[in-house]
Design a protein around this ligand. Structure first.
Ligand code: F3S
Length: 396
């Protein structure tokens, strides 16, 4: 891979050990994937934040790094709400380590707003064609597909390296030819809300790491596209998809529908709703959660409207970024009046809080897919209304 004189100097360690290591990671990836050079990035989103997933080894690695990121960079969700961790049943020891991790990232100049929806943050704008180094899989899918930006599905260390250097290796989804759809998915039923998570769950399994293009009979909102992409990134490894006449790149490039076409019908969607994820399929839901990926303001509003006047008698978590929660205190108040909790900086998957329950109802295909493996409890996918019904008292 071609390196400029400045990049060579960094690789030689002339700008310190942290940057040398970062450059080494970028060059190694570039060589493996056949990149021709490094390209500047507009922003980075860095996974590997939850103490649950990175442990002491990760904390040690991050704490040793020195320097400052070169582009706006933000963290993925941590293992707890950084303020209300106590209410999540998080231990003191876990909380201490989690705070150390977030502080270590903060010392590198990274925005410690821990979220998988950085595209809602003020000052973090992303546009069509922008090159990024993002790592959380649903954020990657949203950036590539719904915005038309360009990012590979980075690992935590490679996203951090790109943030420190301000560049990434030019391969994969940064290149036009890797963005052309190579499998067609024709959906022959109308979809709404959680249906898109169920569709993503099915389509991800079919697509693996291909680039699907959908033909849909209904017109999805951006929140529904967010849900579709998140689920495909979890049940498969889809980092980019297109929807005919909907997503920006499909509209601009007018891609041909590929020869390989799979048809999805209503029965395929219903089968996901009817199947409990996890081992002991029969237990009743004792917790429900929304906000995977983190809720948009519109999603918070829908939850507030639906839960207003009801009483939650089990546990209901709503996850969003701290910035969105702070901006809409009235919505948060309405939701919390019911007994539900609006939690920030974290989610049902990367926090250990779910371990205290048996069976979680979710309106997200991604959460449905990950809960059995990551939290070792059962999961049920249903629409928001049914999630709420499962945790409110009978007289509501
Ligand atoms: Fe975000 Fe956690 Fe879901 S990081 S996409 S809310 S698994």
């Amino acid at each position: 891979m071609y390196l400029t004189t400045d990049e060579e100097r960094i690789l030689e360690g002339e700008e310190g050990e942290t940057l040398r290591k970062a450059m080494e990671i970028l060059v190694a990836l570039g060589d493996i994937y056949g990149a021709d050079c490094l390209i500047p990035i507009k922003s980075a989103q860095i996974a590997g934040v939850s103490y649950k997933t990175i442990g002491d080894a990760g904390l040690e690695w991050i704490s040793d790094l020195k320097g400052h990121v070169k582009v706006p960079s933000v963290l993925n969700p941590a293992g707890m709400d950084m303020i209300r961790w106590n209410e999540m049943g998080i231990s003191r020891d876990f909380a201490k380590k989690q705070k150390q991790i977030v502080e270590a990232y903060g010392r590198l100049g990274i925005n410690t707003m821990c979220t998988c929806t950085p595209y809602y943050l003020k000052g973090f704008s992303v546009g069509y064609g922008d090159h990024l180094a993002w790592s959380e899989s649903s954020a990657v899918s949203y950036a590539n597909s719904v915005i038309g930006a360009r990012t590979n599905r980075e690992g935590g260390p490679s996203a951090l390296s790109a943030a420190l250097v301000g560049k990434t290796a030019n391969y994969g989804y940064h290149l036009d030819e890797k963005r052309i759809p190579n499998i067609g998915i024709r959906v022959e039923c109308n979809l709404k809300g959680a249906d898109y998570g169920a569709l993503g769950y099915v389509a991800g399994k079919i697509s693996g790491n291909m680039v699907p293009i959908f033909s849909l009979t209904s017109n999805p909102t951006n929140d529904e596209l967010k849900s579709l992409g998140a689920a495909m990134a979890a049940s498969g490894a889809v980092a980019l998809y297109h929807v005919e006449n909907v997503t920006p790149e499909a509209r601009k490039m007018k891609y041909d529908f590929p020869e390989e076409v799979v048809v999805i019908e209503r029965a395929d969607i219903e089968e996901v709703y009817a199947t409990v994820g996890g081992s002991d399929g029969n237990s009743e839901c004792d917790v429900a959660a929304a906000g995977c990926p983190h809720c948009s303001p519109k999603e918070l509003e829908s939850i507030a409207q639906m839960i207003k006047g009801k009483t939650v008698d089990k546990e209901f978590w709503v996850f969003t970024s701290r910035e969105v929660a702070t901006k809409y205190p009235d919505l948060v108040e309405t939701i919390e009046k019911s007994g539900a909790k609006v939690l920030c900086d974290t989610c049902m998957i990367v926090s250990p809080a779910a371990n205290n329950f048996h069976h979680m109802a979710v309106n997200s295909g991604k959460a449905y897919s990950y809960i059995p493996g990551m939290c070792r409890i059962n999961s049920t996918l249903c629409d928001l209304e049914h999630c709420i019904k499962k945790v409110v008292s009978d007289d509501n």
